[in-house]
Design a protein around this ligand. Structure first.
Ligand code: ARG
Length: 445
């Protein structure tokens, strides 16, 4: 392989080369535009400490902007024989600009380059995930408000338990998403710190201005200790993966409910027939595959923290090539989760609710606690009231009174959707995406 940044006077064994590169070139395409951004910040800083002349910086920045535009058009490729995205960008600069292109790597290593690429990529993806979460959240709140007075059975042990409502069911998943955003926010916070300048993991003898690259790239602060900056590889991915898994957990549970409630044996909800899939043998089938696939994909995303954790398990301090493999599970996960979120929002919008489910007398016993409470409120000791109603149920004489009055916070009659909305709004406001957008725009303008 020609064109290796580290090429010296011997050729690397072809099998070793094939195995060590593996799928890395494919993965690095996710990072290309961020690699270019990182280089822009790095060389801007190099000029301020005298390692590049102003004219050299300008020529390099101009060419990096061209490469950035190539990335934006989706035309960036890692050519045959080039090891990774970092090498490709340097080769492109050197092919075009000669010796000036060879100057950009002073004071850095591919170790901190890939770190900064991953941080910039993840920061953007988390923003997109939060936006997709918000769209689903809005659909759920809308449905919750729309069906706030429609009762449905609530279950414990999958046994009919107490009255619930569609307002509560939809709203519960909205609130779950609001909590998931808290995890996303924590993940974003550790992501949005600058590792650039840690070089191979031990800093540099050049007087790098890390405060400047932190500012140029719109990071909140830096990973200060250079050894820790490198140790953050894998740790950031694992923690972000936990946040993604939290969202995926909400989706998987909701999808399972929807599959179950859509079954004829429940018939609480229904999908319009154009949103179902059929069977090759059973002509009557209208299957909720969409929810099944959201469930399976979300369950797969819930395995992500474990996958990342096991890849980095027990690695001691310092860079190891093991870390490269994390990219294979981590980078594609965002697109998969976004797809599930978008589809969930789409299908929740379309879902139809059975407003007459409680006409079926099989659900009458779930009003037993209401009856007990009514008696208790009129002065009968709770345990005596419980016994009385219990005996009526056993004797088949229990008459359900479906006029229920739940008024406390978060109950059927008082969903607190405004408070849930406020929680979500507050969590989203905590991200300060605008600061990042401004810095990125400024850098590539
Ligand atoms: N492909 C490598 C990775 O993802 C880039 C860093 C290479 N550094 C090294 N020392 N081999 O980790």
């Amino acid at each position: 392989m020609a064109n290796k940044l580290w090429e010296k006077n011997f050729e690397v064994n072809k099998e070793i080369e094939r195995f060590t590169v593996g799928r890395d070139r494919e993965m690095d395409l996710y990072l290309a535009k961020y690699d270019v951004m990182g280089s822009m910040a790095h060389i801007t800083m190099l000029e301020t400490i005298g390692l590049l002349k102003k004219e050299e910086l300008n020529v390099l920045l101009k060419e990096l902007k061209n490469i950035y535009a190539i990335c934006e058009r989706g035309e960036f490729v890692i050519e045959d024989g080039i090891e990774d995205v970092h090498s490709q960008v340097e080769v492109m600069l050197t092919n075009k600009l000669g010796d000036i292109g060879k100057k950009i790597h002073s004071g850095r290593s591919r170790n901190d380059q890939v770190l900064v690429d991953l941080k910039l990529f993840t920061r953007q993806e988390l923003k997109d995930i939060v936006e997709a979460v918000k769209i689903l959240f809005d659909e759920l709140i809308q449905k919750s408000n729309q069906y706030k007075d429609i009762l449905m059975p609530g279950y414990t042990h999958l046994q009919i338990a107490m009255p619930s409502s569609f307002g509560l069911w939809f709203g519960a998943y909205a609130e779950s998403l609001a909590d998931d955003v808290t995890f996303l926010q924590a993940a974003y916070k550790i992501t949005n710190r600058n590792p650039l300048g840690s070089a191979a993991g031990y800093g540099s003898s050049f007087p790098l201005n890390r405060t400047l690259t932190t500012k140029l790239l719109g990071f909140d602060s830096m990973d200060y200790n250079v050894v820790y900056a490198q140790m953050g590889r894998g740790k950031m991915e694992r923690n972000v993966a936990f946040a993604l898994a939290s969202v995926a957990g909400t989706l998987a549970k909701m999808a399972f409910d929807a599959c179950m409630f859509n079954s004829q044996n429940f018939s609480f909800v229904k999908l319009p027939k154009e949103c179902t899939t059929g069977s090759s043998i059973m002509p009557h089938k209208k299957n909720p595959d969409v929810f099944e696939l959201i469930r399976a994909k979300s369950n797969k995303i819930q395995s992500l923290p474990q996958q990342v954790m096991l890849i980095m398990n027990n690695l001691p301090v310092g860079y190891f090539r093991d870390l490269q493999i994390i990219k294979e599970v981590f980078l594609p996960a965002f697109e998969e989760l976004k797809d599930c979120l978008q589809m969930a929002a789409y299908i929740i919008n379309k879902i139809e609710v059975n407003e007459h489910i409680l006409d079926n007398p099989m659900y009458d016993p779930m009003f037993s606690v209401e009856e007990v409470n009514n008696l208790a409120a009129s002065g009968v000791p709770f345990r005596d009231a419980y016994k009385k109603v219990g005996l009526e149920i056993e004797a088949g004489t229990f008459k359900a009174n479906k006029n229920i009055h739940h008024t406390h916070e978060g109950s059927i009659g008082n969903l607190c959707n405004e408070q849930i909305q406020a929680l979500m709004d507050e969590n989203i406001a905590g991200f300060h995406f605008d600061k990042v957008e401004k810095a990125e725009k400024e850098l590539i303008k």
